[in-house]
Design a binder for this molecule. Sequence first.
Ligand SMILES: [Zn+2]
Length: 129
Amino acid sequence: MANGLERHLQRREDIFLMGRELGRRSRSRCELCGERTSLEIVEVPPLPEDPDPDHALMVCARCRTLVEGGKRKGGADDLRFLCEAIWSELAPVQIVAVRAMRRLSDEGVDWASRALEDLYLDEAIEARL
Ligand SMILES: [Zn+2]
């Protein structure tokens, strides 16, 4: 039986290995906003038992806070790239984008509410939101 530290180290190792696949998938651009900058691997909660590319993204520092649901720096208008990301065919991109857009909509950001009105979501995605 692996102890907590071993499990933690194993997960970090698995995430590192998953990074190669995410590197290819992202083509070295932030998978949410498309910027070419320094990128990091972020797992999209809720976390699967084992790290899984379908539950992870390669993102820039700004978009990392979107994935983690942290407090946003800067104005909502900097996040208009989400209008496109909510239509992504890549599940983790779409999920994070829709979550972030719903938060914006709750804040009263008009363009976010309008974009969400037009959005069609697959049931499988809706279940993961
Ligand atoms: Zn980004």
